[in-house]
Design a protein around this ligand. Structure first.
Ligand code: CP
Ligand code: NVA
Length: 309
């Protein structure tokens, strides 16, 4: 069994195996409807428990479908429905119970430490559904979408991120190191990726290019990513932060400096960081991006259960 917590801890070859498996499975179920199961029923008899301490639309629904298509069963709980925390039960006891009833556990939380603590106390795999520092399922799925649309390995493309240096960007940076692609980041001076992230990149002999001018960051990009300025786990003055990012909005004028066939991706939910013209425009692939979560997460689950084909 394996965990899927942070991209930086997963070997590149395993990331590639997950993407390959997802491509094959997506192709194989072209004629199947939403809840029909994959022929090999790889998670038959298994119960996967999803727990959310923070809101989610896409992650909870896409994982529900991922598990169902693999013939597994799922239950989704909110953190405040357990004795953990307010009810006074220890994390270790909760983990023991989760491991007794379930075969896999998935957690969206405001605490990276909680995921680590669960991973130490569970005897079943754990998947990170978003934490303050990481959104690994989103980003691996986004790489799948990029390669599906561009029909080439991401290492042959220029990837650009305009916006906050948040959990999604952290996972994108880790993936750029693992899968060796060019990554330009456009953000205000005071919001650059933290030193420990940049140190890790250097230690792994890779480079991320950081620009204060968003047009410089986006020049010749094949893919432009953005995300909300204020994240679920941000403890900031929201009004100030949004103001600080006012020049980092994705508009048609910004998209003009990118390559002719460039695409725009956004994990959703969105705010004012992208104009309506771009978000709903020809270059946007955000709905395909959201759908692909279902396919890639199936292969992430199979990776955790050592069932990748
Ligand atoms: N992109 C994403 O993770 O969306 P949710 O917050 O709705 O799950
Ligand atoms: N960075 C965002 C991603 C939401 C899917 C957040 O953490 O809220």
């Amino acid at each position: 069994m394996k965990n899927f917590i942070n991209i930086k801890d997963i070997p590149s070859k395993d990331l590639r195996r997950i993407l390959k498996d997802a491509k094959k499975r997506k192709k194989e179920r072209k004629k199947l409807s939403t809840l029909e199961v994959d022929k090999d029923k790889p998670l038959k008899g298994k119960l996967i428990i999803q727990m959310y301490e923070k809101p989610s639309s896409r992650t909870r629904l896409s994982f529900h479908l991922s598990i169902a298509q693999l013939a597994g069963g799922s239950i989704t709980i909110k953190a405040n429905e357990l004795h953990l925390g307010k009810g006074g039960e220890t994390l270790a006891d909760t983990a023991k119970i989760l491991s007794t009833y379930g075969d896999g556990f998935m957690l969206r939380t405001g605490s990276d430490k909680k995921i680590e603590d669960f991973s130490k106390n569970l005897t079943i795999p754990i998947i990170n559904l978003l934490s303050p520092s990481s959104h690994p399922c989103q980003v691996l799925s986004d790489v799948f979408t990029v390669e599906e649309i561009k029909k080439k390995p991401i290492s042959k493309l220029n990837i650009c991120w305009i916006g906050d240096c948040n959990n999604v960007l952290n996972s994108l940076i880790a993936t750029s190191v693992k899968l060796k692609f060019n990554l330009n980041v456009g953000c205000p001076k005071n919001y650059r990726p933290p030193n420990f992230v940049m140190d890790w990149v250097r230690k792994n002999k890779r480079k991320i290019n950081i620009f204060n001018d968003p047009k410089k960051a986006a020049k010749n990009a094949d893919v432009v990513f953005s995300d909300k300025v204020v994240s679920l786990n941000d403890k900031v003055n929201k009004t100030k932060k949004i103001k600080d990012f006012k020049n980092y909005r994705i508009t048609p004028s910004l998209m003009k400096v990118t390559r002719p066939q460039s695409i725009f991706l956004h994990c959703l939910p969105r705010g004012n960081e992208v104009s309506e013209e771009v978000f709903l425009g020809k270059q946007s692939r955000v709905w395909q991006q959201a759908l692909n979560r279902v396919h890639v997460q199936k292969s992430i689950l199979l990776y955790c259960f050592n069932k990748l084909r």
